[in-house]
Ligand binder design. Structure first.
Ligand SMILES: Nc1ncnc2c1ncn2[C@@H]1O[C@H](COP(=O)(O)OP(=O)(O)OP(=O)(O)O)[C@@H](O)[C@H]1O
Length: 244
């Protein structure tokens, strides 16, 4: 066995298929789940990519909840809740952990980041200091996410991020890559769902693309990269087809 794999925080997830009540119902009917047995993660960075509605958030949320995070995001200490719509998938997956225990962790959900920011601000100045010293709601969506990334993420942690690019300009996404790299060197493990060809370019990352199932692909073979490249290279031609 490769010992470096043992040292990572989350080695893989396994779907307990024998417990699944029906593969005809959500979330088990999603192509990404129907064929899932186990999904190994890179010790540093793993991306899950795929079309809208392909099941990225469902998978990420189930990993986060099974690992002990609040379904709506935050650190493992957060337990705010404004809705209870997460799927039951977390009850059917087993997290295979390595020998190393994280000292930090964060589950980012772009869609409930606002609620998370409210929760941080309500908890008072001590906590706000921990997030860079400025109330998150006095910053833009991108600025507040960046404050969390710069100040709150500490390395030696598990960071599960669902569409972190939602708030970020392309140049901030590049800055995010640099920050990720610092954190990886300090021992962080990232599992990220993204549509961003910039973020998924992190060198050496494992990329799973959801199609008929979850398939490991090279960066240049992702649909996002190819579509974006084709658009940038042939913008006029593509626009004339799209708008005819
Ligand atoms: N509670 C639910 N009951 C039934 N279907 C659901 C439920 N929640 C989500 N779905 C469906 O499951 C599919 C996967 O949703 P999910 O949010 O995981 O997709 P996604 O890949 O993260 O999409 P996006 O890129 O748009 O964020 C979607 O078709 C969605 O409509």
């Amino acid at each position: 066995m490769d010992l470096s794999m043992m040292k990572q925080y989350i080695r893989c997830i396994e779907l307990m298929r024998e417990k699944v009540p029906s593969f005809a119902e959500y979330p088990f009917n999603l192509p990404a789940i129907r064929e899932l047995r186990s999904l190994p993660f890179d010790p540093k960075v793993t991306f899950i990519v795929g079309e809208n509605g392909s099941g990225k958030s469902t998978i990420l949320e189930s990993i986060a909840v099974a690992y002990g995070f609040n379904a709506e995001g935050g650190t493992r200490n957060f337990n705010f809740s404004s809705r209870a719509t997460h799927s039951e998938l977390n009850n059917y997956i087993r997290i295979v952990k390595g020998t190393k225990r994280p000292r930090d962790g964060f589950f980012l959900r772009a869609e409930s980041f606002y609620n998370f920011a409210t929760n941080v601000d309500e908890l008072g100045p001590d906590l706000i200091n921990y997030y860079g010293g400025r109330p998150l709601h006095e910053q833009s969506h991108g600025e507040s996410f960046f404050a969390v990334l710069q100040n709150r993420f500490q390395g030696e942690g598990v960071y599960i991020l669902d569409e972190p690019e939602a708030a970020l300009s392309p140049s901030r996404q590049m800055t995010m890559l640099a920050r990720m790299h610092e954190l990886v060197q300090e021992g962080a493990q990232f599992i990220i769902a993204t549509h961003s060809p910039i973020i998924m370019a992190y060198p050496g990352a494992v990329i799973y693309q959801i199609g008929d199932g979850l398939e490991r692909v090279d960066y240049e073979d992702t649909e996002h990269y190819q579509v974006m490249q084709a658009f940038m290279k042939n913008r006029q031609k593509m626009l004339s087809v799209l708008l005819e």
